[in-house]
Design a protein around this ligand. Sequence first.
Ligand SMILES: Cc1ncc(COP(=O)(O)O)c(C=O)c1O
Length: 388
Amino acid sequence: MLKLNPHVTAIEEETAFTVLDRANALKAQGAPVINLGIGQPDFTPPRHILEAAEKAVRDGPHGYTSPQGLAPLRDAVAQYVARRFKVPVTAEEVVIVPGGKVTFYFACQLFGGLGTEILYPDPGFPPYRDAARSSGARPVAYPIREEKDFGFDAAEVLSLITPATRLIIVNSPANPTGGVVARKEMQKLAEGLLKHKQVAILSDEIYSHLIFKGTEFTSFLGFPELRDRTVILDGWSKTFAMTGWRLGFGIWPKALIEHVKKLVTVDHSCTSVATQMAGLAAITGPMDEIEHFRQSFEHRRGIVVAGLNAIKGVKCRMPGGAFYAFPNVTGTGRDSGVLARELLEQAHVAVLPGESFGRNGKGYLRLSYAASEADIREALARMAAFLG
Ligand SMILES: Cc1ncc(COP(=O)(O)O)c(C=O)c1O
């Protein structure tokens, strides 16, 4: 009989993709499904990015690149990040990977392993837990709290650190809540981490461009005293509407780069070269369309939050970033898992149950408002009608 690796078989399915499959199956049968389940911008990448990709496919380069990524792209990423956060970043610290996810997967591989613990947010992006688990580490959830505007309490997070803790994953702006951790709280966490020298930090900043009025983004690059154990995750998926292109970058401590390059080599050799050329055009080109995407999300956020709060039994905080709303539906008297399923099957509105993001997500739904305004309004009307 086949004996499988229990660290791999313990991986759970990512509900966003299961719901996407079901929504598409219903659509294929003719149901007028509106999908607020999957988290991806509904825009096409700006024209100059598409043209750069076309040119790269036609004219090359066509071969493998360095496992770390094309040198001009790493240079451009270093400059782009240094300019945004006013911190020194060099191309040596940048590793280009096929999608944002790869950076946290590699961080879990590098810092995890049997006998270790990895701290991750709950509710939070589900693959964090599974990437930790598949390394052999024990994933340890720390709570994200609605009353903290979907941020964390730094003292509570720090209290979960043990001698076995090797990595803490932080995500702001966050999936699934849209919460943005206040600078004060992030600072408290950073200060507390100073004395836990065995703990590395993975800061997932993939939504850092999607910050709305009145909210301030704090990059973990702003804590230089932790830089030698901080990994920054970012990429092109959410900022440039390029989820399907699979392109991300990590900024790693210099001393770890050799290990990360070996992980890249074992896993995928290098990221698709044409995609890297498109990524170069994206971050060196005009950003006006990107700002337009951000403003559209901010506008839709207002519609979603107002619409949800108008439904009896539903309470929704104003998220500070990303493109998610995370309404509390306990007041409807319905189970969030059952409600999400019924909304898809009966009202044909795909949303995700909060518990698919961790135990603390029970009683909530996640709506991605990366959809057209007309679809959002129709989905809200159907939800209101369904909930009476
Ligand atoms: C918080 C967070 N990090 C990382 C990712 C993965 O991004 P990518 O599609 O570039 O792998 C996502 C995608 O949904 C996300 O929500």
